[in-house]
Design a protein around this ligand. Structure first.
Ligand SMILES: Nc1nc2c([nH]c(=O)n2[C@@H]2O[C@H](COP(=O)(O)OP(=O)(O)OP(=O)(O)O)[C@@H](O)[C@H]2O)c(=O)[nH]1
Length: 149
């Protein structure tokens, strides 16, 4: 008998710019985790790969074009389901190359470019918090290289 996973896979993207800043997106007030800042992304739909889901979500939410070949894995975080509920695994990818200028296309959402310290000061949904810590070395590495050049 065929069985299906009860894990919901959610993908998110850390867009890292040449100054060592990352793009974060504020969730609309009327949604779950409303007003909190997260890495843009969303649920992987049936028939999609994780990379395809990111490319689609970044286009839909921010109007940016990112190539699947520019994506690299950073970390993941998961939430174990309550009895009868659905577990979530949030996979964080990174990208340093994209085209376009990010605009918050979803009504009620907003976007912000932040450095590591500014990112840590923002309220985030639970799974995004450990992922934010995981990208600090990436942001600081770029910022140091920028200062040295
Ligand atoms: N980024 C993030 N998402 C989380 C966390 N916990 C959690 O349940 N989620 C859920 O993971 C899903 C992320 O997918 P999404 O971004 O496409 O969801 P959405 O609510 O914006 O859109 P939807 O209208 O398609 O449901 C949401 O249902 C979100 O509430 C978390 O800690 N971080």
């Amino acid at each position: 008998m065929e069985s299906f996973s009860t894990v919901m896979v959610v993908v998110a993207l850390a867009l890292i710019d040449a100054k060592g800043r990352v793009l974060v997106q504020q969730r609309p007030a009327d949604k779950q985790h409303g007003g909190l800042w997260e890495f843009p992304g969303g649920k992987v739909e049936a028939g999609e790969s994780c990379e395809q889901a990111i490319v689609r979500e970044i286009d839909e939410e921010l109007g940016l074009t990112v190539k699947a070949s520019a994506l690299f894995p950073i970390s993941f975080a998961n939430q174990v389901a309550s009895p009868g509920g659905r577990s979530i695994v949030l996979l964080l990818y990174g990208a340093r190359e994209w085209s376009g200028v990010a605009v918050a296309l979803e009504p009620g959402s907003a976007v912000l470019w932040v450095d590591a310290q500014q990112m840590l000061a923002l309220p985030m949904p639970p799974l995004d918090v450990p992922l934010a810590r995981a990208i600090i070395p990436l942001l600081e590495g770029v910022a140091k290289a920028e200062t040295a050049s």
